[in-house]
Ligand binder design. Structure first.
Ligand SMILES: Nc1ncnc2c1ncn2[C@@H]1O[C@H](COP(=O)(O)OP(=O)(O)O)[C@@H](O)[C@H]1O
Ligand SMILES: [Mg+2]
Length: 333
């Protein structure tokens, strides 16, 4: 378990991280999302004390890192792997030697290194690339080397700073899949920062949304997609999960257009037929989709309701009460 307690990091003129409190559970994939400058990287670097927090504590399995000497911090840091957007490989060393480097730094013998590096290469799918140099690899392969190096000393935690932001969408998917496998098979806790909501949707269990150095929302990933609470979270959700209704439909509307979010199983869809039975309104389905987030369905339905104004309002109230997630997109003109 990782505890971030009242962590603030101030530079001369900026407060990069402002009184953040978070608890990250063992074995979870925890996302931190925010726009550039939100303080994500600084917070991540505070976690392994690459940056010393100005105030606050970092607790790893109950041990307060901020209370340790620099020498003890370096030891603890070996239990925390880190990967970066631009990989940070040593260009003059082969893939094998890049990985061996962090084993050497941890005091491993030549024999141990010779045995461990091939295991790591296999884990990341690069068994045949040990003697290649970074310049001979694709971006995705470079990040795989970065991951192998980060896992070399069997860390309990892996920190990922925009690890897929320099990669194309297909390569991003394969790297995220690798991180998911690592999380599931090795039980490593992963903390991942990103500005892309797809990344959060695809592998995170929980997410914290950051703005101006603060965490403005913390939620299970499914819940943030189903019901984002802050304007900022809504913006991020909409980048991957928005049903843009053609202007022409909005312009030609005769009734009230509402968006309804259905969570979980489709049983809730009965809400629509019950609404139509109980109220004297008709409903025209304009748009619908079901996405799967963490293997749970999340449905979005956009309908146009027509009828007497009071009946439509009652129908809206009824659906709102039943689903809690109804938004009026356009009223009667
Ligand atoms: N070493 C530093 N010195 C001064 N200001 C910094 C330093 N590192 C980060 N900052 C500032 O702190 C804020 C947060 O930066 P950062 O943590 O890199 O954000 P993010 O990773 O979310 O883009 C920014 O305003 C940035 O300019
Ligand atoms: Mg950053």
């Amino acid at each position: 378990m990782i505890g971030i307690e009242n962590v603030t990091k101030r530079y001369k003129h900026v407060t990069a991280v402002n009184d953040v409190n978070l608890t990250i559970r063992q074995r979870e994939i925890f996302g931190i999302i925010g726009y550039s400058g939100a303080g994500k990287s600084t917070l991540l670097r505070c976690l392994n004390l690459l940056e010393r927090p100005t105030e606050g504590k970092i607790l790893i399995d109950g041990k307060d890192l901020t209370a340790l000497s620099d020498r003890d911090v370096r030891k603890e840091r070996q239990k925390i792997g880190m990967i970066f957007q631009h990989f940070h490989l040593i260009s003059s060393k082969t893939v094998f030697d890049n990985i061996a480097f962090s084993l050497k730094a941890a005091g491993k013998t030549k024999e141990e290194i010779k045995k461990r590096v091939p295991e790591l290469l296999e884990m990341v799918g690069l068994s045949d690339r040990g003697d290649h140099y970074p310049a001979q690899l694709s971006g995705g392969q470079k990040q795989r080397v970065g991951i192998a190096r980060a896992l070399a000393n069997e860390p309990k935690v892996l920190l990922c700073d925009e690890a897929t932001s320099a990669l194309d969408p297909t390569t991003t998917k394969s790297i995220l899949q690798l991180l998911k496998t690592i999380n599931e098979t090795l039980g490593i806790t992963i903390i991942l920062i990103t500005h892309e909501m797809e990344v959060v949707r695809d592998i995170c269990h929980r997410v914290a949304v950051m703005e101006n150095g603060k965490v403005v929302e913390l939620a299970d990933v499914y819940d943030i997609f189903a019901n984002p609470k802050t304007a900022l979270s809504k913006q991020f959700v909409q980048t991957v999960h928005s049903l843009a209704l053609p202007e022409r439909l909005l312009a030609a509307r005769k009734g009230t257009i509402v968006q309804i979010i259905f969570q979980g199983d489709s049983a809730e869809e009965a809400v629509i037929s019950e609404t139509l039975r109980q109220f004297d309104v008709s409903a025209n389905i304009l748009h619908g989709q079901i996405s799967y987030i963490q293997d749970r369905p999340l449905g979005t339905l956009i309908i146009e309701m027509t009828g007497n104004h009071a009946e439509v309002q009652q129908a809206i109230d009824y659906i709102t009460k039943r689903t809690n997630l109804l938004e009026v997109l356009a009223g009667v003109a």
